[in-house]
Design a protein. Structure first.
Length: 305
């Protein structure tokens, strides 16, 4: 039996999975997605002689004894402790544990300036201004630069729309407003509400499944925490090629898993919003073969052990 670790965090772990004597935390509103992932992976892994073990990424290193490969899973608070998270991954690798995706890729993917590198490599990306500090003046500059009436301000290190703000020309923040984090500013694209965001799930470089994510009425965030809805999407050949081009542009070996989130620009072309390769939710409900695909890919990675 090969032991596979699935990293979680205090707010995605069910209470029964916390270490004895550990302090339980209130589960996130989207922690059900953790449960769906485990339910999809466990039976498929078992068919391939893989034993799945859920571990809090902040657990002592002793909790990883006997584990051969670690998936980053639902470590959804890593952005709050990025240095500690990277240090843990590097420690696991130093002990001979395969980490998927590896710490070198995580370091690159954790700061969204990677999108600038993808653009330089020829990927179609959303126009972006990169700022260490964003004030009302900076938001106005972005509105003018993009010739738009709304801009989205995102953290350069962040996930799940955490701390994200929509700034509109008609309802600007106060003069003393400051975003509070190194930021990226992008024009708001109406396609998020009409067509929705398209997500393409890749396992070992091959497309597994695709889905369309739409926000709740009156919102623009597509995450389930904010009422977003997901549906299976049957992508066109052009859409598959657009998403595959992002995988091809990565400056790393093929990752075990990747979620490429794309949005249609006003010229009709898909542009990458995010290339999620740290701890993305992989939407098993929309991809019935996800568990089997991951199991097969993992078997290849541990076959030399």
């Amino acid at each position: 039996m090969t032991n596979i670790g699935f990293l979680a965090c205090k707010t995605t772990l069910p209470d029964t999975d916390h270490a004895p004597g550990g302090q339980d935390a209130e589960r996130r509103g989207d922690a059900f997605e953790h449960d769906l992932m485990i339910a999809a992976l466990e039976p498929a892994f078992a068919m391939h002689n893989l034993q799945l073990k859920v571990v809090d990424w902040e657990a002592p290193i002793e909790a990883f004894v006997g584990i051969d490969l670690v998936m980053l899973g639902t470590a959804w608070d890593y952005q709050d402790k990025p240095k500690a998270f990277l240090a843990k991954l590097e420690e696991l690798e130093a002990r001979g544990i395969i980490v998927c995706n590896p710490s070198s890729l995580v370091r690159w993917n954790a700061t969204k300036t990677y999108l600038r590198e993808l653009s330089e490599a020829g990927a179609n990306t959303i126009p972006t201004l990169w700022r260490e500090v964003v004030t009302k003046k900076g938001a106005l500059e972005a509105l003018d630069a993009f010739d738009t009436d709304r801009v989205v301000v995102k953290r350069q290190i962040g996930a799940g729309a955490l701390g994200q703000e929509l700034v509109a020309r008609g309802s600007l923040p106060g003069d003393d407003w400051e975003f509070g984090h190194p930021a990226m500013l992008q024009p708001f694209l109406p396609a998020i509400a009409s067509e929705g965001e398209l997500s393409f799930i890749f396992i070992d470089g091959e497309l597994s499944h695709a889905l369309r994510k739409r926000p709740a009425k009156g919102d623009y965030r597509i995450q389930s925490l904010y009422g977003g809805q997901e549906n299976v999407h049957s992508p066109s050949q052009d859409e598959v090629e657009a998403a595959t081009a992002i995988i091809a542009a990565l400056p790393f070996d093929t990752p075990l898993y990747a979620r490429i989130d794309m949005l249609r620009m006003e010229d009709g072309q898909l542009a990458v919003m995010e290339a999620e390769m740290i701890e993305p939710y992989l939407y098993p409900e929309q991809g019935s073969e996800l568990g089997e695909r991951l199991a097969q890919a993992i078997v290849k990675r541990v076959s030399h052990l």
